[in-house]
Design a protein. Structure first.
Length: 137
């Protein structure tokens, strides 16, 4: 299958994916604003469909949160979600300066914690009930 990884997301695409996945509806105006304030964004498309998307929101310095990691149901279980997460992690790592650190967290929906662990994130329930990763260069 031919697909393209794009370092951008259109509001229409994220709204469409949220809708077909049964997530809460958010207006296009709200997503336009959210995407303008997003640190890093990634989508995967082919000729016909938006396959997946995701974004990283944060303080542009040392902390961020993975958000809206969405995969079109037609393309789930094919590695596209992991591609999105890994691309976002790489974008952060590639923009770190020498000796800088950046913590990325995620708040997985029910049953998705293992997915983030497979993407390289850590889970330590004695410290917190989320997943995280420290990227360092």
């Amino acid at each position: 299958m031919n697909y393209e990884i794009i370092h951008d997301i259109k509001s229409e695409d994220i709204i469409y994916l949220r809708e077909i996945l049964g997530w809460k509806k958010i207006s296009i105006e709200q997503f336009d604003k959210a995407l303008n304030n997003t640190m890093y964004k990634v989508s995967i498309k082919n000729d016909k469909d938006i396959i997946a998307c995701g974004r990283l929101i944060g303080d542009y310095s040392c902390k961020g949160l993975l958000s809206d990691i969405l995969v079109n149901p037609k393309y789930q279980k094919q590695g596209f979600g992991k591609m999105i997460v890994c691309e976002l992690l790489d974008m952060v790592k590639n923009n770190l300066k020498e000796n800088e650190k950046f913590q990325i967290e995620a708040s997985p929906t029910n049953g998705n914690r293992e997915f983030y662990i497979k993407c390289g994130m850590k889970y330590k329930p004695e410290n917190q009930d989320g997943v995280y990763i420290w990227l360092e260069k």
